[in-house]
Design a protein around this ligand. Sequence first.
Ligand code: CA
Length: 220
Amino acid sequence: MRILIVEDDHQIGDGLQAGLSALGFACDWLRDGRQALAAISAAPYDAVVLDLGLPGMDGLAVLAAWRRSGHHEPVLLLTARDAVTDRIRGLDGGADDYLVKPFALGEVAARLRALIRRRHGSSTPLLSHGRVAFDPAARQTTLDGVAVELSARELALLELLLGNKGRVLSREQIEEKLYDWSHEVESNAIEVHIHHLRKKLGSDFIKTRRGLGYTLSDEA
Ligand code: CA
């Protein structure tokens, strides 16, 4: 899952980026409202964490501009404790949820997962396909009910494939979801992750569509 963070407070932004990355999100962090305006189109973001008080352009104006231009990515607002009016204006202006500072990192992650889940029309937190089940919150995978050890990137790739059943994802689409701006992608990285997932979850779990990309096998 790829997240855009817009927050000018260095400590909070840095904490969010490091913390959410450790929890399996690919995160890009911007500090300026005006930069955020265009950045929403720069990658296929699954959700946005948006601070309201920003230099350049305030968060409410950024949000309004995104919604006007047809960007429907779920937005989680960060607001000050006494900013009730901001929260009301934010929610009425197209935000999906908010958190009051100071907040716990675990709650940010849980709210992002819930927003992304809802956006995909699902209320169940568990993802599964055939013999494989994945718990996005615990970052745990099972095969026939037995825990399987996966790396952070393998988990992110599995989560992406499970969220796109019936669709073929190209290597470029997968790279954009798994890697933020700060990570250089090796040219064969996705092939290597696919290879490892097949080894751990079954050779026929992921199908290759030659020249197009990857998709999950037809459910048994
Ligand atoms: Ca701020």
